[in-house]
Design a protein around this ligand. Structure first.
Ligand code: 1GP
Length: 255
């Protein structure tokens, strides 16, 4: 039997039913002060984002992580979902965690060891675990290097399909196709289309890495993405609320 679905996942699925797509804002605790993270989260909330992911490949742990989650929680009513690169990326106070395995990692650390080290903490902290397959496509960037990923070549969507199906058959209800934070271009559309076709409606497909414009986000949603993740473009935006609003108005209303 699969683990039970919790309120954060249910809320995301309800958003998909009503709006056709959802948007998550990724905040890296290492990129700004906790106070600035709270201000950014509030602006993203005003722009219509559906939740805040908190995580990063380097330095997203300890007190800076805990203070960032706390600041976001006090600034907004949005769900805060941890996006950890290791068991050090877990902290109390978050609502949920993408409990993921980097399926195309060469390292057992990122396949299962960090998950084993982190699982008792998830239980103790009372955070909702959301089972997710994490698959990295070229170029992959820092997360691919840190996670020792064998990046999927951009001309080989069938390999992403194979990994995504494996994740689904292992009981993961979400699949995240990642091009790497700050990638020159997002995951190619044929990947998104082929993976969505293979995993079906009930498995939620997240796409992130290199998404900077509403039109790019809309193309990914038309191809089959359920949830669009943006991090760098939000962080670099001079008007976070308008940027997030542009993304959200481009992807929603298609249900
Ligand atoms: C990184 O996919 C996310 O894990 C977000 O990428 O920073 O390029 O938006 P960006």
């Amino acid at each position: 039997m699969n683990i039970e679905m919790g309120p954060v996942e249910e809320r995301l699925r309800r958003t998909l039913e009503t709006s056709g797509a959802a948007h998550l804002t990724l905040i890296d605790p290492d990129s700004q002060s906790p106070e600035a993270a709270g201000i950014m989260a509030l602006a993203a909330a005003k722009g219509g984002t559906d939740g805040i992911m908190v995580g990063g490949s380097v330095g997203a742990s300890g007190s800076v992580l805990q203070d960032t989650v706390r600041a976001i929680k006090s600034a907004t009513n949005l769900p805060v979902i941890l996006f950890p690169s290791s068991s050090a990326g877990l902290t109390p106070g978050a609502d949920a965690v993408f409990f993921m395995s980097l399926l195309n990692s060469r390292s057992t650390s990122y396949l299962i060891e960090n998950q084993a080290l982190g699982a008792p903490l998830v239980l103790r902290y009372g955070i909702e675990p959301i089972p997710m397959a994490y698959v990295i496509v070229e170029p992959g960037g820092t997360v691919a290097w840190v996670g020792d990923a064998k990046c999927i070549p951009r001309a080989k969507p069938e390999i992403a399909v194979a990994y995504s199906l494996a994740g689904k058959f292992l009981g993961m209800r979400l699949v995240y196709l990642e091009a790497g934070s700050g990638a020159g271009s997002p995951v190619p559309l044929p990947f998104v289309a082929a993976v969505k076709r293979a995993v079906g409606k009930d498995t939620l497909l997240l796409v992130g890495g290199g998404i900077r414009k509403g039109e790019a986000a809309a193309e990914l949603v038309r191809a089959g993405a359920d949830i669009i993740v943006t991090g760098t473009a939000v962080e670099q935006s001079s008007d976070v609320s308008s940027f997030v609003s542009e993304i959200n108005s481009s992807i929603k209303g298609r249900a």
